[in-house]
Design a protein around this ligand. Sequence first.
Ligand code: ADP
Ligand code: MG
Length: 689
Amino acid sequence: MGSRELDENVINLKGIGEKTAKLFEKCGVRTVGDLLSYYPRCYDGYEIPVRASDVRPGQINSVKLTIIGSIIKRRVRNLSIIAFEAADQTGKIKMTYFNAPYLASSLKSGTTHIFRGMVQKKGSFYTMDQPKMYSQEEYASLVGRLMPRYPLVKGLTNNIVIKAVEQAFLNIGKLEEFVPQTILDRLSLIGYSEAARSIHFPENDKKLEEARRRLAYDEFLLFVLKLRLLKMTQEEISNSFPMVEVSETKRLLEVLPYKLTNAQSLAWKDIQNDLQGPSVMNRLIQGDVGSGKTVIAMLALLTTAANGYQGALMAPTEVLAAQHFENFKELIDKYNIQHLKPILLTGALSAKDKKEAQRLISEGEANCIIGTNALIQEKVSYKNLALVVTDEQHRFGVRQREALAGKGLNTHVLAMSATPIPRTLAIILYGDLHISVINELPGGRLPIKNCVVGTEYRPTAYKFIKDQVEAGRQAYVICPMIEEGEMDGVTNVVDYTETLRQNLPPDISVAMLHGKMKPAQKDEIMEAFARKDIDVLVSTTVIEVGINVPNATVMMIENAERFGLSQLHQLRGRVGRGKYQSYCIFLNTSESDDAKKRLDIMNKTNDGFKIAEEDLRQRGPGDLFGVRQSGDLNFRLGDIYHDSDLVKESAMDADRILSEDPELLSTQYSVLRDKIATKSANLVDFATL
Ligand code: ADP
Ligand code: MG
């Protein structure tokens, strides 16, 4: 097959019409190649159903049971609840469904079904909440298979995606290999064609892991190659925006209510040297959560403005961008900071406001532009953009830098990341950046108190949250999912908000926040939380990055075992930011020893770098089923911690390949070269562009 078939629009696949093609486009799938790398988010494995006495609590089980007794229907506020018991000769399980009136007709005492879902042990009995229900024939046809479950949008069903992917494979035949056979042999990696197919339709767990590993290697190899090539072209770029030290920054440092920590001072010195030096700055500030990176960014942006240039601050979310903007404005007013004229540019602006903002930017009246990635995309034209700061990104995306270079801009780049990466990996993944580490927290903070608990602790946790709120504090509760049904046995924000409202006194205000909300709505909620109009915020990991509400003292993380350790550390970093004692409750809903061992690390240390090292040491098989890390350094299948061996191997391979053929001109590397050049494919995108 050639790349021609892969470049074809999905609409040319049998069974895909205009409507479906549009839905695919919403998911970022335009071509057949895009479709092939539209990976399942998880897989359903259908085991042979077990008996009631053989269920494993804390895990997904399929149980064959007969409904006994009566079916109880209740309403609690706007939640309808259906409850009943189902049993076989060996035992019984209590079933509960929420807001599922459509089930009422199929639930009859005496009928037998397969119930599939998370089993919990509550006291002496077992329970299942919202299990999927199958007829025996239906289930029999599924047993033994791994069925892909794709990320979907409204109107696009899992079946449509499965059919489309099957059709795509029929059309393209065998995919061309692009990694030299010697490498595949050395690392025991399977061929590309097989991996590409197997990641969608794995025969079993083992085949799935083989496919994932192969494709993860590809991600790393392509990334490192791209990085190396970029570095070669950037090495010698001179400083087009030379700057001098300005009195404004000195004054800011004098009026701030605190002194920079030593580590902050050193990082600030590094940046000044870069900005005044002979070549363009490419620097990463790596500092644990709460180490005070924002003020460093502000100093750099102030220097830039006072030197007569523009600077931009890019945040990963609109919420965070808005928060930065408010902070900056507050400091500017409070300390009468001259020169710095910030402006917020986000998707939430009205068309008219956006136009006005763009005018201020292109005419240079605004000199500190704060927003999301959109800042460097198409429409914004700058007068003299000299510095781009990216917050909470491990690095400035390769593509973003290309986008800037494409505009003829060789701006200084300052990336700020809170995700600690072990040194060995940092050298590879940040190979093209200079690094300053802020390895010190501002003094006077109380260390966060942690606990790892099981589901039986929930009532105690709610009581604890109530006490803290009554003492004037606020709390976060994190759930992995947004709404019901995304994954079995996993808490979701929508239902949990309701649960908390029922379990907390009515004068405690509980609100929710998640990524499917409109930006303006998200901002509103975040602002209300910052104003303390909301006491308890139930959220997905959208609050992971950067939010600073020092009055919040409780972080409760549901299904904590589903998150990566570094991600848990980030979440925990949302509390402990003020003068109050803060607490982090990790709620472990799994009964597995591994999960417990992993979470115990969070109990033992608050040091992000130690956590990253431990994560690496304890790595198990790459967890495709967990909740993927959001944000940066986020490979689609690879996981820098779990696959650190592949990261290292791929770096050596990249160097070997480039030393042999620096521009990848020989025919054996032609497919590889194409892959690096294409926008889609499995190429890593660091900054979610
Ligand atoms: P992060 O590194 O996670 O982005 P922030 O920049 O948001 O951290 O800083 C966290 C809090 O610490 C802010 O309220 C900030 O004002 C405060 N802070 C920053 N530097 C210092 C310092 N040197 N001493 C005391 N407080 C500081
Ligand atoms: Mg920050």
